[in-house]
Design a protein around this ligand. Sequence first.
Ligand code: FAD
Length: 393
Amino acid sequence: MAAAGEPHSSLYDTIVVGAGIQGSFTAYHLAKRGRDTLLLEQFPLPHSRGSSHGQSRIIRHAYAQEHYTQMMAESYGLWEQLEAEAGAPLYRQTGLLVLAANTNPEFQRFCQTLAQHHIPSELFTAESLRGRFPGIRPYCGEAGVSDRTAGVLYADRALRAVQDGFRRCGGALRDSEQVTDIQPGVVVTVTTSGGVYQAKSLVITAGPWANKLLAPLGLLLPLQTLRINVCYWKEKVPGAYGVSAHFPCFLAICDPHHIYGLPSNEYPGLVKICYHSGSPADPEERDRPPEASGLPDIQVLQDFVSKYLPGLVPEPAVVEHCMYTNTPDEDFVLDRHPKFSNIVIGAGFSGHGFKLAPVVGKLLCQLSVGEEPSYTMEPFGIRRFPALPPAAL
Ligand SMILES: Cc1cc2nc3c(=O)[nH]c(=O)nc-3n(C[C@H](O)[C@H](O)[C@H](O)COP(=O)(O)OP(=O)(O)OC[C@H]3O[C@@H](n4cnc5c(N)ncnc54)[C@H](O)[C@@H]3O)c2cc1C
């Protein structure tokens, strides 16, 4: 390591800041291409301060927006490849049920996308839902559509696997090193709490800390950081909502925010059910209790569980915490810095980025090596935000 204030002797091809799932996959793709890559992480690994920790995430083709369903086809393949390299399961197929009033326009879009992309799926009425999933008590007029390819990713294990894969390809991962300064240029100079490093290109994947690193580079993205309560609910009969009982993941389209759940698996007897929103919070103060008038998410979940899932105790048994970093349209930011083209940004994953990380990493890698990205980048561009300060553009 270089002494403080003194540059590291070698010039890296790329430095990636932030070893969450997005930065780790970006570094993995870069190292696989033989790029000399340094991945920097502020905390000792593993840690639970960002957005990528925890036992589980939903993986699915089902999306209301077609561009994500398209990307998921490749993402599944890349997850399988990582699983083979890791020699350990990273995914369990459980299926997913999308639930809504049958006239709901978003629900209709989910059905269309599944059909257009020939994803194995099935439509349910309230009655057929009751027959197939006795643990669910649907209301009159409700409908469901399944995505049989969906399931659960073992998140902590997956993060470790991609970081191990990166190291096996010769990548350097330095944790406990906070990036404190970035000097743009043809060669980018990055100062951390442990040293000074230089690279031909830089990728910033700092999760809820993104704007802290971007502001000194003249860019403030319209990102909102939210504290999420990750709630686990006890089964009255152990296993009734479990993977062995073939209970699926679900996504209930509710107003104003969706509710999603995963079958009991990682914590025996506990089903994970969360509200797809949270209270605004700085990641440095994530666990500070929110204002009394904060989001009534747990109350909303309690009402949902007692009405809808009668086999669960309608009070959370365990509550963990995590962060979302939301954009106004909940599409990601995958783009070059408007002024410094060798600085690439991946941010704003809006609570749905884990499943797509293998493709996100590939796209950020392509942007940083100056290649044409494999997908249309229109939904992910920085210029879609009209309110950015002109100095940044
Ligand atoms: C409760 C919850 C449930 C979710 N469920 C799903 C799901 O079911 N399916 C799905 O696809 N997605 C889901 N997501 C979303 C997904 O987990 C996130 O989109 C993804 O983890 C974001 O990863 P990231 O790498 O951008 O951020 P992070 O994991 O936060 O990583 C950013 C990293 O950058 C580091 N960093 C920041 N600043 C610095 C600095 N100055 N120097 C060095 N390092 C720095 C941080 O310490 C951190 O490790 C969920 C998220 C949450 C919170």
